[in-house]
Design a protein around this ligand. Sequence first.
Ligand code: PXP
Length: 247
Amino acid sequence: MAGHLRLGVNIDHVATLRNARGGALPDPVQAAQVAEGAGADGITAHLREDRRHIRDADIAAIMDAITIPLNFEMAATDEMQGIALSHRPHAACIVPERREERTTEGGLEVAGDQNRLSHFIGHLSDAGIRVSLFIAADPAQITAAHRIGAPVIEIHSGAYCDAAAEGDTATRDAELARILDGIKQAADLGLEVHVGHGLTYDTVGPIAARPEVAELNIGHFLIGDAVFVGLPAAIARMRAAMDAARA
Ligand code: PXP
C-alpha cells in the first residue's frame, strides 16, 4: 500500500509580495503557520542568492514558528552551505540557480558535476540534513544522483505543467510520461522521490497517483489561488486532489 503523500507548501511568494512594498507584510512566517494549520506536511522556502523573496532572517523565524519540517531550497554554493549548516533544517533541496532566471528553470546538472556535488551534499548529510537533488526526469541525472549518495531526488515538473497551461497536449503527455518513467527508475534504485514545480489542481493528479512518490512541493499556484479563496482553502483543495488521485 502506498504511504502518505506529503504536501510541502512553498511560501516564497508570500515574501515576494512583502518585498514588493518593503515592510513586513504579508508575513511569510504567518503563511507557514497557516499552512501548517491547514494540513501542510512541511514548509519549503528558497533562500536565493539575490534574496528576491525569502531573506536570511525568515529562515530562523519560520523554523521557530512551525512544528512541521522545513525543506530549505538552496543553490550548491559555499554561502548557502554555511547557512544550512548553521540552521540545520530537516531537509535541504539543492537547486540550480541563475541570477537572471524568473524561477528555477531546469534541473541540477548532477552527472557532469559528481565529485563536487558528492562532497557538497556529504557535509549536509553529516549534519543530519536530509538532502534532495532537484533534477529533470533524465535517466543519466537520476543514475548520477543515486551514485553520489543522495537519499532523495525531486523531479522537476515544470515542463509538464507549462505544456498543460499552454494547451499543448502532445508535449504535456510526453513530459508526463518522462516524469513517470523517472519516478519508476528512481524508486527502483531505492531513492525517495519528490516532485515539484508548477503543479496545479489540474496537473497534480497523475503524479499524486503514483505510489512511489513520497512528497510534492507546491508554491506559486497555491499562493496565487489563496488570493481568491484563502490559503487554508487552497491547501485543502490541493490535498483533496492529491488524495483523490492516490485513492
Ligand atoms: N520544488 C523546487 C525544487 C522549486 O525550486 C520550486 C520553486 O521554487 C518548487 C518546488 C515549487 O514550484 P512552484 O512554486 O511552481 O509550485
